[in-house]
Design a protein around this ligand. Structure first.
Ligand SMILES: [Zn+2]
Length: 308
């Protein structure tokens, strides 16, 4: 902690990402840290960890004067969520300590601190080089990455887009990810109705921003939107399997821009629980086609102005 202040002068001078790199190096954390390892590291710093039912919160932390801090996290969450929460809170504890020992210039308001804390947690759990390598090797497979890195689908999508945007050489790819979530209590899920799904997360590299901003007829939906009738997402939900709009379709007939699109429903205990919609440019689209190849998707094309 002190070495960070000596190096950077103020806690505000170091980005959450750089702080994550420093911390991984300093703590000797592994490339794919598991929950017990994170637990162990935090406890070795004298932090106490407590599980509790905390309505509306994933976690928080507190400390009394001169005491070591306690991190409280939501009871009954899955492993990946707990890992993320512990690291989020660790960042806030470190910032608090740095702030207290540095000039105390009170960095920034809470929302900024929380955003930094999310970036810190993501950077520790999905370390840049190995994450990018896995992203390319898996052909941008969000489901595989979710299982491999044990992070939520949205955390994976946001991290992928964030890191792809930093790539400046020829290996740069543009990617759009839209995650649809199913409403309601899983206990009451029976028949699958596309109307039950809504957009939970949209992540998109800068090269595809025009698609998200509606200049091409609003190809990419926005957060909170439902499933559009006749869309690729609706088709994949009705088919109950992945649907691919590939590079070989007649692009002239396509009313939407030339993105290669893969819509992939995700099962959870036998029920369709999410849909992952991914888009890439035709030059990069072979990556999505390679991902889809394993899933045996239903290929679709445009006939008239409709997807079939
Ligand atoms: Zn926070």
């Amino acid at each position: 902690m002190k070495s960070l202040i000596q190096k950077y002068g103020s806690p505000c001078a170091i980005s959450a990402e750089a702080m994550a790199d420093e911390w991984v190096l300093h703590s000797g954390l592994s490339a794919l840290p598991c929950l017990s390892e994170i637990h162990g590291k935090l406890q070795s710093y004298g932090l106490s960890l407590e599980q509790a039912t905390i309505p509306g919160l994933r976690g928080h932390h507190y400390w009394y004067r001169d005491d070591d801090p306690t991190i409280v996290y939501q009871d009954g969450e899955w492993r990946g969520a707990v890992e993320f929460t512990l690291l989020h809170e660790l960042y806030e504890v470190m910032l608090g300590k740095l702030g207290a020992t540095a000039s105390g210039d009170g960095c920034s308001p809470d929302a900024d601190v929380c955003r930094g804390a999310n970036q810190f947690a993501a950077a520790v759990l999905m370390q840049k080089d190995i994450f990018l390598q896995a992203l390319y090797q898996s052909h941008f497979d969000i489901v595989w990455l979710h299982q491999h890195f044990c992070c939520s689908y949205s955390a994976i999508a946001i991290r992928a887009v964030h890191l792809l945007d930093q790539v400046e050489d020829a290996s740069r790819r543009d990617l759009a990810c839209v995650l649809y979530q199913r409403r309601g209590d899983p206990q009451s899920w029976h028949e699958c109705d596309p109307a039950d799904f809504y957009v939970d997360c949209v992540a998109c590299t800068s090269g595809l921003l025009p698609w998200s901003e509606g200049q091409t007829g609003g190809l990419l939906p926005r957060r909170g939107d439902g499933v559009s009738p006749g869309s690729i997402v609706e088709l994949s939900l009705k088919a109950g399997r992945p649907v691919l709009l590939g590079t070989t379709r007649a692009s002239a007939a396509s009313p939407i821009a030339n993105l290669v699109l893969l819509s992939r429903p995700v099962l959870w205990f036998g029920h369709l629980s999410k849909v992952i919609l991914q888009g890439m440019t035709p030059e990069d689209g072979h990556a999505l086609e390679a991902q889809a190849g394993r899933l045996q998707p239903r290929p679709i094309t445009y006939s008239g102005s409709r997807l079939t």
